[in-house]
Design a protein around this ligand. Structure first.
Ligand code: UDP
Ligand code: MG
Length: 329
């Protein structure tokens, strides 16, 4: 539940851009207009701003960002030295916006996500929420392939035990406090939409219909989507390692059942000499080896999780009587 309501925030909208020359002008125009009306409506502070991150584009994206910064006081630009990928570009932008803003929204440059949902996100923030997830109501405008593969991906992640909001990508609002806590995750291979739920704090969702890309092509071809899926699974969970152990256990059990069958065959004289012992040892040893691998995997997984050095907790409030000296705290 939401706790205390927040005053009108200084809002930052962070937009990662990779080869987005076709959509940049439109995106900047739309988002500036939105900021302007939200300032007029006194929903956000007048010094709210847009922060465009150029993720090593090879087209004129950066030149356009530079021009926009020169012309418009509410635009900031951050250029990465090379293409680092969407998640890293987004983190770079969030880290740069964090010290300057009270609430930070991230959105893709192609504006497939409905920018009017940002108003609702800020309203939710004002009522006290610290994390507001943008959730796609329908994906009718996505191709059949994109829709099925993306939804399949979310389901697979859920089976693997990764907690994330269904049909939510990286369109969200974070309070500065939630973002500060998110930035405490030092891992290199960050899967942001899996990390945000780990941060906690009062959260809610706003729903919207996802539109088509304004212009240009998707910068997420199948290759990058599969890479993101692999990244999501291997960076968030050690379930695949556990599956090896379970499979090994199942094969061991199966070899016991098979042993019964083989013995029956042997005593009914239906086998050739040597077959029972060979077939049983193949099954049994296969199972034992896989189970052992799984046990080793369990330790490897522990080492892996330790190396991430993730924060153990996120403090929401800390109550103490400053005048009370007997508490020991
Ligand atoms: N993007 C990025 N670096 C990359 C690939 C994509 O910063 O290497 C940005 C891109 O400019 C866009 C966002 O990530 O703002 C999402 O990309 P896109 O809209 O192409 O993905 P899709 O909606 O097709 O999944
Ligand atoms: Mg898109």
């Amino acid at each position: 539940m939401s706790a205390v309501s927040h005053p009108a925030p200084r809002l930052a909208i962070v937009v990662p851009c990779y080869n987005e020359e076709e959509v940049f002008a439109y995106c900047q125009q739309e988002l500036s207009a939105l900021l302007y009306t939200m300032v007029q409506d006194q929903m956000i502070q007048p010094d709210s701003f847009l922060l465009f991150v150029d993720d090593g584009s090879r087209d004129t994206t950066w030149e356009q960002i530079k021009d926009a910064c020169a012309e418009n006081a509410c635009v900031q630009g951050l250029k990465l030295s090379r293409n680092e990928g969407h998640q890293s570009a987004l983190l770079a932008g969030l880290a740069a916006a964090d010290p300057q803003a009270d609430a930070i929204v991230s959105i893709d440059a192609d504006l497939q996500d409905d920018i009017n949902a940002i108003r609702r996100m800020v309203e939710a923030y004002r009522t006290g929420y610290e994390v507001v997830y943008g959730v796609r109501e329908s994906r009718q405008t996505d191709t059949w392939f994109k829709r099925t593969s993306a939804e399949g991906f979310y389901k697979l992640m859920a089976v693997m035990g990764v907690r994330q909001v269904f049909n939510h990508a990286d369109f969200r609002l974070l309070s500065r406090r939630a973002l500060d806590n998110l930035l405490r995750y030092p891992e290199r291979n960050a899967y942001i939409r899996g990390l945000v739920p780990l941060v906690g704090f009062a959260s809610t969702e706003v729903h919207y219909a996802r539109g088509v890309r304004t212009a240009g092509e998707s910068k997420y071809p199948l290759r990058k989507m599969l890479a993101l899926a692999m990244e999501g699974i291997t960076s968030m969970t050690i379930t695949p390692l556990r599956l090896i152990a379970s499979l090994g256990f199942v094969i061991c059990l199966f070899s016991l059942v098979a042993a019964f069958y083989v013995l029956v065959m042997k005593f009914t004289d239906n086998t050739v000499e040597g077959w029972p012992s060979i077939i049983l040892s193949i099954f049994f040893m296969g199972g034992v080896q896989m189970l052992s691998l799984g046990i080793i995997g369990e330790y490897v997984g522990k080492i892996y999780l330790e190396t991430k050095q993730r924060p153990r907790f996120h403090v929401e409030s800390f109550l103490k009587h400053l005048t009370d000296t007997s508490s020991g705290l």
